[in-house]
Design a protein. Structure first.
Length: 244
């Protein structure tokens, strides 16, 4: 009877421990989902705010075509910034697909990314206005401001990946340290690129800066693929590492 009682007590304790682990796992998943949903909402609002600069105001008969042409800089700035936030969302989504939980340092880095996205409409409007009035000095200051904000966002991405690479408890799959290290280095490269582009635009040519921004944005759009399980460097790790 004593042995049976001890066995029942052991089973009860094991069951209780299992329930605690399940609750802990579910709580981690909920916190991760909440963070991603909140970030999605912030990025969606940032996209919406970009539209506020698309305003022609009042115009007289037969003036619409000319006004639309005059606002081409505004439309171009809107389109570029829209793509910037869209790429940010895509990369953010890919990153959270590889995470099972979040930590306080990761949340801080995530807020840095969101801060940059919410501020983006401000330099977007400045760039459009500066190029519309055709003032070289204003154009230089505008591209410098835009580039520095892009730099800050990329630094936040670098911090985000640095935190993730150092905390295996955040990963969905084991053995992903190499992947997180690669995307951290990639984000750091992008950050340096935006900083250099901003400086070159300020001292040499604003148009050179814009061309470099576009090129860096295209390169940055590959970041999500670098985190996907289907990427050639990640596939061997995914096959060899069972889910945690």
């Amino acid at each position: 009877m004593s042995e049976l009682s001890d066995s029942n007590q052991s089973d009860s304790e094991s069951g209780a421990q299992s329930e605690v682990r399940i609750i802990a796992i579910e709580r981690e998943e909920i916190e991760t989902i909440r963070t991603e949903f909140f970030s999605d909402a912030v990025l969606a609002i940032a996209l919406t705010l970009l539209v506020l600069d698309l305003d022609l105001g009042e115009f007289r008969q037969a003036e619409l075509g000319g006004l639309l042409i005059q606002e081409i800089e505004t439309y171009t700035a809107f389109f570029v910034s829209f793509l910037f936030i869209a790429v940010t969302w895509h990369n953010h989504h890919a990153a959270f697909n590889r995470l099972k939980s979040v930590s306080s340092p990761l949340l801080v880095a995530n807020f840095g990314i969101l801060l940059g996205a919410t501020l983006l409409p401000f330099p977007t409007g400045i760039v459009a206005t500066a190029f519309r009035v055709e003032s070289l000095r204003d154009e230089q200051i505008a591209v410098l401001l835009y580039g520095l904000l892009a730099f800050v966002m990329s630094v936040s991405w670098t911090c985000f990946f640095q935190v993730a690479s150092r905390d295996p408890h955040l990963w969905k799959d084991r053995g992903e340290k190499e992947m997180w290290g690669r995307v951290r280095n990639f984000a750091g490269f992008i950050a340096v690129g935006y900083f250099i582009a901003a400086i070159l635009g300020f001292f040499l040519s604003p148009w050179l800066s814009i061309a470099l921004f576009a090129g860096l944005l295209i390169i940055q759009s590959t970041q999500a693929h670098r985190m996907s399980p289907g990427h050639k460097r990640n596939a061997p790790q995914a096959a060899a590492s069972p889910a945690s």
